[in-house]
Design a binder for this molecule. Sequence first.
Ligand code: NAP
Length: 311
Amino acid sequence: MNTSPHNVIILGSGCAGNTAAIYTARAGLKPLVVIGHEPGGQLSVTTEVENFPGFPEGIQGPDLVENMKKQAERFGAEYMWGTVAEADLSKRPFRINVDGAWIETRSLIIASGASARWLGLPNEQKLIGHGVSSCATCDGAFHRDGKIMVVGGGDSAMEEANFLTRFGAEITVVHRREEFRASKIMLDRARANPKIKWLPNTVVEDIHDVSKNTVTSVKLHDLKTGKIWEQDVSGFFVAIGHIPNTKPFVGQIDLDADGYIISHGGARTNIPGVFHAGDVQDRVYRQAITASGAGCMAAIEAERFLEAEGH
Ligand code: NAP
């Protein structure tokens, strides 16, 4: 592998990272993409994507990211397996530690995403993409007239539940406490929606049915009464927050209280030459298309930065 500094290293291989790779590769910068711990990002765990422009019949999430990768490779982007354990952004070239090996780069695009927080139930991971989801915008339309469950008590859960009423016959919000963390306005809106039912003080103990490769029911536990029962559902949405993948940058990049990168305008971070793209900075839109747009922005900024530096 090249031992002189790379022009640009891109961390993450979701929509943001792949789009940044297409643009920087096409600009002749030979980007190196570090694939990260979720190859292909969140689309790789989605089934059909119906809202990415350009695919009137829809496209499978894994195919969409794979196409993006191929498109970047066609222009010379290089992909390496690995995750970033550590980074030294105190001077240039920046140094990135990928699985124990230090690599240097003149610019860096952080597109490492935010991982959905999961409940950790025995069958949860096996049914992701088969009725279990962390994104109502992505997967809600698959549950027309179905019974849908949403887990969580924050704004995301309220937003997801409200959105899902467009599709489902009945939406049940399951929350582990009596009090909701969600803002009053979001909670009131959800409470006013007659399609939404509420199960506070309740936790989900498992999801069925792995043998049918689809969600059919969940096992619930009322923490106040001790009652345990099964409830039929076809869609199960986990909305208990996201964790931005910014650990290696703590103390170097400006992060907000939840660990999301704070933008310093456009795709810029507080460090010149280090750019952000996608969900690692965006807690609002979190869509494949907005992540791709952000990847494009970061690539253009990296190109301009390198040009101004004489590279
Ligand atoms: P959040 O506010 O951290 O809420 C997470 C919810 O999930 C909490 O109710 C929490 O329960 C529950 N939870 C966490 N771990 C759990 C577990 N293991 N089992 C069961 N329940 C669990 O996260 P969020 O709703 O994603 O919101 C994140 C931020 O984005 C917030 O600042 C929010 O205001 C903002 N946001 C804003 C909007 C909007 O304004 N349109 C939309 C979405 C998000 P406890 O309450 O018991 O801890």
